[in-house]
Design a protein around this ligand. Structure first.
Ligand code: DHK
Length: 183
């Protein structure tokens, strides 16, 4: 091939290459990429609260860890903490209305009592999967901590890894929604 046909073929290849690039960018944008990281009551006291159980990392440290982990997958986080049950329910509904990729939730003291949080997670589970995380191994602790309402609505549960559990939960969630780790 020479002359004009060669130039036309080259132009076609370049345009096809650019179009495929644009398509893959659009597809990337269509994949939900925000993870809601929700922490329940007393998690604002992390760092000073029973450090022999919960460690010395603060909530700010945990949220930074979550943001860094999500970034590895091209994702981002919205981090919220509340001592109020209804506020956690509101954020679960917000995650749904904002089309978040998923929720990582440490319901803390509401784990064993909150039908409202369980119901909210069940209401959105078809499009917004939730991963439940506990810093401590709740099954090794007092019997009243063993029964989690939240587990009935969670896709998966991470317990006992300390604050690294948040890294595992986000990594698991990213895999679940098909996000690929960036180099
Ligand atoms: C945190 C809490 O605040 C407790 O109420 C749970 C959980 C355990 C945790 O291990 O992160 O029982």
């Amino acid at each position: 091939m020479s002359g004009l046909p060669l130039i036309l073929a080259a132009t076609y290849k370049v345009r096809r290459f650019l179009a495929l690039g644009a398509l893959s960018r659009i597809r990337r944008d269509l994949i939900a990429k925000t993870i809601y990281v929700l922490n329940g009551p007393n998690m604002n006291l992390l760092g000073t609260r029973e450090p022999e159980k919960y460690g010395r990392a603060t909530l700010a440290d945990v949220e930074k860890l979550c943001a860094e982990t999500a970034k590895r997958f091209g994702m981002d986080v919205v981090c919220c903490q509340s001592n109020k049950e209804g506020e956690l329910v509101d954020w679960i509904q917000e995650a749904h209305s904002k089309k978040a990729a998923g929720i990582v939730i440490n319901p803390a003291g509401y784990t064993t009592t909150s039908i409202a949080i369980m119901d909210a997670l069940l209401a959105v589970q078809a499009t917004v999967p939730a991963i439940e995380i506990h810093i401590t191994n709740i099954h090794q602790r007092e019997a009243f901590r063993h029964n989690s309402y939240i587990s009935k609505a969670a896709k998966a549960v991470v317990v006992g890894f300390g604050v690294n559990g948040y890294v595992l939960a986000i990594t698991g969630l990213a895999g679940l929604v098909g996000a690929k780790q960036k180099r």
